[in-house]
Design a protein around this ligand. Sequence first.
Ligand code: UD1
Length: 430
Amino acid sequence: MEQYVIKGGNPLVGEVEIGGAKNAALAILAASIMTDETVTIDNLPDVRDINVMLGAIRDIGAVVDRVDAHTVRINGSTINAMSVDYEYIKRIRASYYLLGALLGKYKKAEVALPGGCDIGSRPIDLHLKGFRALGAQVDIQHGLIAASAEHLQGTHVYLDKVSVGATINIMMAAAMAEGKTIIENAAKEPHVVDVANFLNSMGAGIRGAGTDVIRIVGVEKLHKTEYSIIPDQIEAGTFMFAAAATRGDVTVKNVIPKHLEATTAKLLEVGCEVEEFDDAVRVVCAKPMHHTQVTTLPYPGFPTDMQPQMSVILGIAEGTSTVTESIFENRFKYVDELTRMGANIKVESNIAIIAGVPKYTGARVSAPDLRAGAALVIAGLSAEGITIVDDIYYIERGYEHFEEKLASLGAQIEKVSSEKEIQKFTLKVS
Ligand code: UD1
């Protein structure tokens, strides 16, 4: 088992380059099998979840040619199985995107019910509602979702809740249905738009992605394309918050500043300075930070995937802040770990009440999930003394070369895999 060992206290200073958006890439990789021609995708993040998805695609028979760490060529003409193995679903929830992709292309798909980060109950009823509305027969038996249709018929779907996954899955299936589909109350996240742009570059007829009504005119066939994935707004936000927590000065490059507006707004509210450039943002946080209120909401609201990182900042800001989690009910599991580092946080239902402390103190903590893991690393970077973060497997699902990027900004952080290496690091930095 690997850990991060961190000696806190160094302000992060310098420039960091952001990779492609993991959550856009997962859906785009699934959608790439919807044509029999070869699709080239670049700006792919080289992280564990992406490699699992590529494994799932290869396993159903597609040709996956990894040109380099960030580029892949996929050909779906050789697909010979409509069933995605439980092994993949267990490791990444987003394998469920293969349901929409296979159903759209072959009118048949079978995928196990998903697992993923344990951040709360994560039903997929809305995905299935959409497939059924398109005319598919959908059954859940023995832990499997089986969807099939003679043909898919364009339809009108209203999503009772704003769901990124359901919006993308239904959009993929509808892209190859007969006639027109309208998705109402659709998710507006940048990665929904990116998937729509990708499908359109393959010849799909999708309009309105990025608004809450998406209109799709189905096509019979999709064709080859070359596509570059958008920058990861959550990776970018994580580095912006790491800069703030360490009172640093970091320029986060290769980003779309518009996608970071909610994150930027909160940094300004707590007293940091944020300068926007065409494709970069600079965060300077020299003064003490102060309290604020945050509620997670679908885009353009404050992202739930930035909630743990936000709480870490507020934990060392002056005064009492509140963080309301309105998307996933089980997303405060890191609070006990942060308390071990000296935070003063009380969770009542879906609200964390955070009384700021002057600083964290290093401790041994465990990453409970992907984003909370990154948040604990940020806490460690700002803390006095040594922090050890266990279970970094979660962090590696979504952050490429995380420790290397942080070290290039001046952080004292190493990835280790034994108690001996931890001791060695401790001796070196003390
Ligand atoms: C995606 C992201 C995840 C992010 C989340 C919210 C990927 C791979 N993951 O997850 O990182 O935290 O968006 O921005 O892109 N819901 C239902 N029924 C459904 C589907 C969802 O009730 O059929 C509910 C969920 O329980 C949750 C809310 O809708 O309360 C939003 O979930 P959703 O947007 O679907 O999240 P994911 O797509 O799973």
